[in-house]
Ligand binder design. Sequence first.
Ligand code: GAL
Length: 680
Amino acid sequence: MSFRRAGGPSGTVCYYPEQWDESFWAEDLRRMKEAGLDGIRIAEFAWNRFEPEEGVFTFAFFDRFLEYVEAADMKVVFCTPTATPPAWMTHRYPEVLNADIRGDLFRHGARRHYNYNSPVYREFCSRIVEQLGKHYGQHPRVVGWQIDNELNCETGDFYSESDHAAFREFLKEKYGTLDRLNFAWGTDFWNQTYSDWDQVYGPRPTVNGTSNPHQKLDYIRFISASALSFCRMQSEILRKYKKPGDYITTNGIFGHMDNAKMVEESLDTYMYDSYPGFAFALDADPVNAEDLNDRKWSRNLTETRSVCPHFGIMEQQSGSIGWNDRMEAPAPKPGQMMLWAMQSIAHGADYVSFFRWRTSRIGTEIYWHGILDYDSRDNRRLEELRQIARRTERIRDIAGAEYQASFALLKSCDNQWDAERDVDSWHSRIQSFSENEIFCGAQLSHTPMDVVWIGSGRREPPDPERYPLLILPHAAIVAESDKSLLEEYVKRGGILCMGCRTGYKNEYGHCVTQPMPGLLRGLAGGTVEDFTSVRPEENVSVAWRGKRFRMPVFNDMLEAEDADVLAVFEGSYYDGKPAILEHSFGKGKVLWIGGVFTRELTRAVLEYAGVIHPFADWIDVPEDCEIAVRKKGERRYLFVLNYMPYPRRITLHIPAFDPEGNTVSGEQLLSPYEAKIYIL
Ligand code: GAL
């Protein structure tokens, strides 16, 4: 489908001309076109085809391929090939390689074996990108550029010599003096004080595998900064050569990266690679509807939308998945390719490209199936692709329509990184529990959610009109700038809901000495008197809004200062202690819960804030179907997605059109895995 900002192809597929004999090309392109595609993504792993020897550049191979593309009237998203440096380079300049924490280099044979900070690699990369930009920037068939492939995929950790050296520079820039670094890293603990910059490294093997948490947090910030500057370097080069209107993107989304900042700095749009089939991985937990399975990919799509409201999908799953060394998940059932493509579009994708045209016959990915199998014959997946292309063509005006969320989950990079298991396992446990449950609670109650980022220089408070409720589950780290932003939001009428363990750390990750929630005490209208983790067999609960809710994992026993006590703990030695406080502040309120968020409690919070199921007047829909609405002008697109292997019934209370233009209303039946779209 068309991608508004990018003006790009209206449906693409990933293709690897370097892996197929020239005799395949014309027929492949013809069949793609016939299936309703008009573009392909190429070249992301093809460095050798452009620079077969150091400093020797040739474009003959891809020039020739582009002649076929021209003849087939197709378009191209061209990639920079920096995810797989060539063997001549890694052999001659091993410093370009990434290393494990012991410093052992990752050798040739897989991909993403490079590091972002080797000056030699940077030089090679800027040269190849420069060459490609110069040669293909004005090519009429090129409509967009993908930088690298999946930054931080395979690993988000880098321990080469260049990384340690660059980390040192990053810290010098950040702290200026060793005294300040020693303070920030709390090096008085266990005698870690540094007296010379040469003693400072990123994390290295330690006797018990643990590392200084403040150092680790800075190290992740550094990895993010390194990936972002690598991307920026390429983007700045491509901008000099590309045609106006051609877009620059990259695909993801992976950890240890401030993705929102990367989009702001370097990209015109962002692309997510969506493989919901991972939910059915053969070694995953037994399939169980409560877990939401492939519906959980809506959470990743929500995160993608949070960093780029009008994003695309660069790789949409189209076959069963696995590598030579692992059997991953079964083939999409009939209907699931369509369902998953519609899931992406429902969440804001304005462009969908499938991975890949034909299953590879060589290499690690011989089981990562594309649309065609090894024999290239027509099959049911190609037929489903044709149907997807026809359908997206009918709703192409949706490009640019806004996803309609009724509340937002508030996140910050600092807290996301602090909540990694090897930085802070306490934070990790509550954060991962609550984020999953908040998503499930929102999904199952048909309450569409956005993710909003604070921190890293974002100073504007979210608008309470747009998000009447913000849930900030467990912001351990709260900076002064977060405090003023949150206060401003509540003052203007928003409802801020916070969970346990809020505000007990500063930006270095040091625990603060004020009572929790530290800087947010005035906003919360109270403090934490005592706290404890909760074992699974303990049965602590609260009664609130006429229902009883479990309070598992972690409890903060709250103490009201000027807040009202809405509920108290029951079932432990802290029976009767406040568990939920409400504090009016300016025109808004703070709801403070001394625990984690279960899906049931999330539902109650959504009801309390009056944001639950905003489309209840339009539609009755069972819990196990997702609904999503995108709006453009007065037109609304209502998606109903049935993830179940059995049919589901829904009732439309208002007249609507289907994409074919028929009027529909009343009771409707969704087949197994069916995705319906209604236009209102
Ligand atoms: C993605 C990647 C593709 C392909 C696919 C299957 O992560 O971008 O190149 O490798 O996974 O492994």
